[in-house]
Ligand binder design. Structure first.
Ligand SMILES: Cc1ncc(COP(=O)(O)O)c(C=O)c1O
Length: 430
């Protein structure tokens, strides 16, 4: 940016930049009233309001009133990153070889670790770099594969309870979204048979996410057999978001969709280090699967970025190679937290559905109570932040999500508070 241009920006943006983050969150400027009217594109403008932004506004307002909140809204792991991972990052960062732009697709050390992980964990042989790519988090990769494959006139098949980026990236690309039913009476497993053939024919991709955020649902291999067959029959890409692959409590470990697509022809699978290794702040994940899909993702990424920092890839490689040492402790801690909340709810007379995967509880809003009213009351009256189910789409209406991101004692106390509020708003459950 030239000095003159920079000066213009400073003059125009000055007052906004100087606001505290809190004030910024509460009073958002209208770009149309700005001297340089930075009006969003129609695609950006058409996006429905981001529910997490409204939640931020409610939290900021409560804090301004002096409230201390127990924030169980966003699923950002509070369990510290393993010191070995931090040391691996530090050692790599001290090596000047990591200081230049990273290789576009990934560093050899990370590719090797991905190959070992996929083989030892799922029995899936991956051939990097043609079948793998490093990402600065699964989220951006999912958005980018959608942008690479979907445009106006195309359809993206997305669960009607969904991690927000799936639909938002499709809308930003100008594509149409068709919802795939995900209902409690089917254990929140997608009903692929309910997809109209006409939608399937025009669809470029189908997104599935198990273990699931927010519901905690999980699937076995048979589901992927069906999804792979569906993708093959309809000439579309199966995008499997496996961000919670390691967070399961009992039973067989979560399978990979690539176990059902042995030649890696129709599947692209996204992995994340954020939850498995408490590395959300490091921003690293990867995708594996179909060569053509990896090619599409790489083609998009090379046009808009420079790849994932090499030092971070070293840290993630160390994490993957030490999975068996790191993961069981984390899983045990999330299980302890889940059980502490379930027990506290039970003590208060509420038997909740207990998930066997993920780091969330997915609970029904008390009958007859509006979703937002429920969440607002918990924040304003009780100081507990939870996420309304509608943050995950219309299919999530009538539910709310609790993230298990505090210690067991704090969570048990929060459960008692929520149960008491429930009893207060629904006299019948007292
Ligand atoms: C289902 C799901 N996919 C992807 C992500 C994002 O992962 P990452 O931090 O690797 O971008 C999340 C984060 O909450 C998630 O819940």
């Amino acid at each position: 940016m030239t000095a003159a241009r920079a000066a213009v920006c400073i003059v125009h943006f000055g007052p906004a930049w100087r606001r505290t983050p809190l004030a910024w969150a509460v009073t958002r400027p209208d770009p149309r009233n700005h001297p340089v009217p930075l009006v969003h594109t129609p695609a950006l403008n058409r996006l429905p309001p981001y529910v997490f932004a409204e939640l931020d506004r409610l939290k900021a307002a409560a804090r301004m009133r002096g409230a201390t909140l127990v924030d169980l809204g966003i699923g950002s792991p509070d369990i510290p990153t393993d010191p070995g991972i931090v040391e691996a990052l530090s050692a790599a960062a001290h090596d000047p070889l990591t200081h230049g732009y990273p290789p576009f697709r990934g560093a050899p050390v990370f590719f090797d670790a991905i190959g070992r992980f996929m083989q030892s964990r799922f029995g899936v042989a991956i051939d990097p770099p043609s079948e793998a790519i490093a990402l600065s988090g699964a989220k951006e990769g999912i958005a980018q594969i959608i942008a690479a494959l979907c445009g106006p006139g195309d359809i993206a098949l997305i669960p009607d309870i969904y991690y927000p980026v799936y639909a938002r990236a499709a809308w930003l690309a100008g594509a149409e979204v068709r919802w795939v039913r995900m209902r409690p009476d089917r254990g929140f497993v997608l009903d692929l048979d309910a997809i109209p053939p006409e939608d399937a024919r025009r669809a470029r991709l189908l997104i599935v996410n198990y273990p699931n955020n927010p519901t905690g649902a999980r699937v076995e291999r048979a589901f992927y057999d069906q999804a792979v067959e569906f993708a093959r029959r309809n000439d579309l890409l199966l995008v499997s978001d496996l961000a919670y692959s390691e967070l399961t409590f009992g039973g067989t470990p979560a399978p990979s969709a690539l176990q059902s697509d042995v030649r890696h022809e129709v599947t692209l699978e996204f992995h994340s280090c954020s939850k498995t290794f408490s590395m959300a702040g490091f921003r690293i994940g990867f995708a594996v699967g179909s060569r053509l899909a990896i090619e599409a993702l790489a083609a998009y990424r090379t046009n808009v970025g420079y790849g994932t920092p090499t030092a971070v890839q070293h840290a993630a490689a160390w994490a993957l190679d030490h999975r068996e040492q790191i993961v069981p402790g984390k899983v045990a801690e999330y299980r302890r937290r889940r059980d502490a909340m379930a027990a506290a709810f039970a003590d208060a007379g509420w038997t909740i559905p207990v998930p066997t995967a993920s780091m969330y509880l997915w609970l029904p809003v008390p009958e007859g109570v509006d979703d937002w009213e429920w969440v607002r009351t918990l924040i304003d009256e009780d100081g507990v932040v939870v996420t309304p189910g509608v943050a995950f789409g219309d299919g999530g209406r009538g539910w709310f999500r609790i993230s298990l991101v505090r210690d067991a004692e704090t969570l048990a106390a929060a459960a008692r508070t929520i149960a008491a509020r429930r009893a207060a708003v629904v006299p019948a459950v007292r």
